[in-house]
Design a binder for this molecule. Structure first.
Ligand SMILES: [Zn+2]
Length: 152
């Protein structure tokens, strides 16, 4: 639990740093036009992200139909308490993976995001008290991977 919170804080710190750099044009590989690299662009709209951010939001919509990108970025959404950790973890893993790829000048891969989520599940399994969180994270991953897109 502590490790997860620590990861989340690190993500938010990085997020606020890119948010301050809103005047920069996006230089991500695969990004087509002169796009402003704000937070929503960097984590969601950028073509260089292979649509992974959008797909993650779509997966969360299965459980929170009215969630928007803006609300997700601020972690402002209403959800049953037993789903909260799984959803926050799901979003945080995707953001960190996307952001790390961008910093490395690479395009994020869905398989890599999935792999990190599976690692989180394994970690939870060793603790034996996260059965509910494991269940919901697995459900989110199912939603993430059920979209028929052979490209990724
Ligand atoms: Zn871009």
């Amino acid at each position: 639990m502590f490790k997860l919170l620590h990861q989340l804080l690190a993500t938010q710190e990085r997020l606020s740093r890119i948010n301050q750099a809103t005047s920069n044009a996006c230089k991500a590989p695969g990004c087509s036009e002169d796009q402003l690299e704000d937070l929503a662009h960097a984590l969601y709209h950028c073509n260089g992200n292979n649509g992974i951010g959008i797909r993650c939001i779509d997966a969360v919509k299965t459980f929170i139909p009215n969630i928007s990108i803006e609300k997700a970025l601020l972690l402002q959404f209403e959800v049953e308490i037993n789903m909260e950790l799984a959803i926050i973890c799901f979003l945080a893993i995707a953001w960190m993976n996307i952001w790390r790829s961008r910093v490395d000048g690479k395009r994020p891969l869905l398989s890599s995001v999935k792999g990190e989520m599976e690692s989180q599940i394994l970690l939870w399994r060793t603790a034996h008290s996260y059965d509910n969180d494991i269940l919901f994270l697995e459900l989110l991953m199912d939603s993430l991977c059920n979209t028929n897109d052979p490209t990724y």
